[in-house]
Unconditional design. Structure first.
Length: 464
């Protein structure tokens, strides 16, 4: 049964990676994969559970004496249903609820035109200066929002500023790199960092302290090289945008600062209360919901501004992405529950035994396969070590070297290929950038920045 689980997972993984040529949405594949693996695990529970979870299984039976006279198959199945499903679904739900809350807040800001607070301030016509402004704006926006939303906002801005397609592609490629590097050092900047932060593998202070500078270097080096290809000024003037007929400029700006301020508040909330981040993000969402209801009621606009209210905004969030994360995280949970990830971690430790090499390889792999299942799988392979751990095991404590570098490598490594990240795929779709063009013009730049960032991180660890 374990062999079947491995084979089906590998096949499903390749189908997800080949989403575009196969023209089968990866969400559908991920959901089928996750559910099929749980079915196989349940069918083979009597052979798997007593071996891979012997101590926990015996403890479960001791706490449930009513199962004493049941068959081993029934006992093992009850363990899967009452322990494995509940525990893994609890962990996964925390991540999904956080994502739903964050995505809804971002959409709320967007429908109110809040991002014009940033985009309206970009008025330079100098090509090189514009590139640096867009790169740094994307870098820090991605850390607060997410790399997907940031990429969409910035590419839509490009369309208003640059008419030449090939020139716009240079800026779009820079946005992909800046979005991925910006999300790698923030606990709320990328799905993978959210996963590591929510699960408790990293904390906000440590992540920023050690990953910010490598991420910044991984962005600055490619952008500096790209800037040398640009000369002169843009020819066309940006079009003037019309105001939202319901919202004034002051109200639009207020919505931006409330939404972004709420997102920034969540890590502070977690550090003060020690409660899971999803509670903080849902608290912020609820407060914004109440605020908007009172706001529109005071202006007697509850009916005329339906498109701007939260019940309508929630329908705009990317539910296929949420379901994709659910499916893939459930699939990885089976690999963890059956002990397969633990066995894989043991092989890596024996054959390589170097967290810098392991993470560097994982970062390159994240440009080929989706970094969400990659990070989820790695988190399942390596449990958080005891704070008193020494030697090699010390790399896996909370804020250990392995987890910090994993955040960097999984996020930044996705820029090496345009299909390696959500930002790249969005840019590819919106601007029709070809895989070959990006490979020729940006892959080596992204890899150069990635490698320099890894080197800087290693130096940081040696010094501090």
């Amino acid at each position: 049964m374990l062999t079947a689980i491995i084979i089906i997972f590998v096949v499903g993984y390749f189908l997800i990676a080949l989403e575009h040529p196969l023209k089968v949405d990866k969400t559908a594949t991920a959901l089928v994969l996750g559910m099929v693996l749980w079915i196989l695990y349940a069918l083979g529970a009597q052979y798997i559970v007593p071996v891979v979870a012997a101590d926990h299984f015996h403890h479960f039976l001791a706490q449930n004496p009513s199962l004493a006279n049941e068959s081993l198959q029934h006992q093992a199945l009850e363990y899967v249903l009452s322990v494995d499903v509940i525990e893994h679904l609890g962990d996964i739900t925390q991540t999904l609820l956080f994502l739903i809350g964050a995505m809804t807040i971002v959409e709320l800001v967007d429908v109110h035109g809040g991002f014009r607070v940033i985009t309206d301030r970009i008025s330079t016509r100098d090509k090189r200066k514009l590139l640096w402004i867009i790169a740094f704006t994307t870098f820090f926006m991605s850390a607060i929002l997410d790399n997907l939303t940031t990429t969409i906002v910035m590419i839509l801005l490009l369309r208003k500023l640059i008419s030449d397609k090939q020139e716009r592609w240079l800026y779009a490629g820079a946005i992909v790199i800046a979005a991925n590097t910006g999300g790698a050092w923030s606990p709320i900047g990328d799905v993978t960092t959210i996963m590591l932060w929510v699960k408790g593998n990293v904390t906000v202070v440590s992540l920023i302290k050690y990953v910010l500078i490598p991420s910044l270097a991984a962005m600055v080096i490619p952008i500096a090289i790209i800037a040398r290809r640009l000369h002169g000024e843009l020819q066309s003037e940006p079009p003037v945008e019309t105001e939202n007929r319901f919202i004034s400029a002051a109200e639009r700006n207020s919505m931006f600062y409330l939404g972004v301020g709420g997102l920034i508040f969540v890590p502070v909330f977690k550090s003060i209360t020690h409660l899971p981040p999803f509670i903080g993000i849902l608290l912020v969402l609820g407060a914004l919901w109440i605020f908007t209801e009172i706001f529109y009621n005071s202006k007697k606009m509850l009916d005329t501004a339906k498109e701007l209210r939260l019940p309508k905004v929630i329908s705009r969030i990317d539910m296929p992405s949420i379901l994709f994360f659910l499916g893939i995280l459930m699939a990885v949970a089976v690999l963890e529950a059956t002990g397969l990830l633990g066995d894989m971690a043991q092989v890596l430790d024996e054959k390589i035994h170097n967290v810098y090499v392991i993470n560097s390889i994982l970062g390159v792999l994240s440009s080929i396969v989706d970094n969400v299942p990659l990070v989820a799988g790695v988190m399942g392979m390596y449990p958080i070590a005891d704070p008193a751990a020494t030697g090699y095991a010390a790399n896996f404590v909370v804020d250990g070297t392995f987890w910090e570098l994993l955040s960097y490598c999984a996020g930044v490594g996705g820029s090496i290929l345009i299909i390696g990240s959500a930002a790249g795929v969005i840019a590819m779709g919106l601007e029709k950038i070809s895989f070959g063009w990006y490979l020729k013009n940006f892959s080596w730049l992204a890899f150069l920045g990635y490698a320099v960032g890894v080197g800087i991180y290693i130096v940081e660890k040696l010094i501090f």
